[in-house]
Write a protein that binds this ligand. Structure first.
Ligand code: HPA
Length: 237
């Protein structure tokens, strides 16, 4: 047991998929894994371990935002020996070519949070995805007939933005989408010696104001989980 995870040692796989929503973790584990077993329920942050085509996999919620995700990622890597963590989440589209339900794979993430400032001071650290995982995810997406957007996103501490939010400046600098976790995941994985990736579906769009209806969200999420499991399998072989 760690402070926030009730699993016993050995109950968490070296591959962890992390949706923000713990109920999505439950749904994904029950839908895609063989013999899923609930290994964490502390504070309602559900985690399940099972296998996919013979590969042990844990699917564990991260909660919303970098502070929550950081707690789980620290403990998963340091206390349970997780080696590969793949966030599977949703994002707000920013760039014009990014449409609702599209897949975005984050090469890097800009950060609007005080966390990395406290660590790096004046240095603007660029949190970066694991290249091999990223390549395998792109290949798995393409094999399934999906062309993902691959590039930079932004992780920030707020979902609801201030009217002076520099949306157009970010778009004109190539930022594809916004979410609230990836910069912390990539920073921690680098520091603690694990490999990490974020795969996202676009659930809303900041420029157009569109939002995806919930049953369509479910379908998009399902494609994303499948392609991520296939990518992890290819990465392990
Ligand atoms: N902002 C931040 N995080 C998000 C969004 C958003 O619009 N959509 C999904 N995650």
């Amino acid at each position: 047991m760690s402070i926030h995870i009730g699993a016993k040692l050995g109950e968490i796989a070296e591959l962890v998929l992390m949706p923000g929503d713990p109920y999505r973790a439950k749904w994904a584990a029950e839908t895609f894994l063989d013999k899923p077993k609930c290994i964490n329920e502390v504070r309602g942050m559900l985690g399940y371990t099972g296998s996919y085509k013979g590969m042990p996999v844990t699917i564990h919620g991260s909660g919303m935002g970098m502070p929550s995700l950081s707690i789980y990622v620290n403990e998963l890597i340091r206390d349970y020996g997780a080696k590969r963590i793949i966030r599977i989440g949703s994002c707000g589209g920013m760039a014009e070519q990014v449409k609702l339900n599209d897949i975005v794979i984050a090469m890097t993430s800009s950060v609007a949070s005080s966390k990395n400032k406290m660590i790096f001071g004046e240095i603007e650290y660029a949190p970066c995805a694991d290249w091999r995982l990223l390549r395998k995810a792109v290949e798995a997406a393409e094999a399934g007939g999906i062309t993902p957007h691959v590039g930079g996103i932004i992780s920030q501490d707020t979902f609801y933005t201030h009217p002076e939010y520099p949306l157009d400046t970010l778009i004109s600098h190539g930022v594809l989408a916004v979410e609230m976790e990836t910069a912390a995941l990539y920073t921690l994985a680098a520091r603690l010696g694990a490999r990490a990736l974020t795969v996202l579906t676009v659930s809303d769009h900041l420029k157009t104001g569109e939002e995806m209806p919930s049953e369509q969200r479910e379908r998009g999420f399902s494609h994303m989980v499948e392609l991520t499991l296939e990518a992890a399998l290819a990465d392990a072989s």
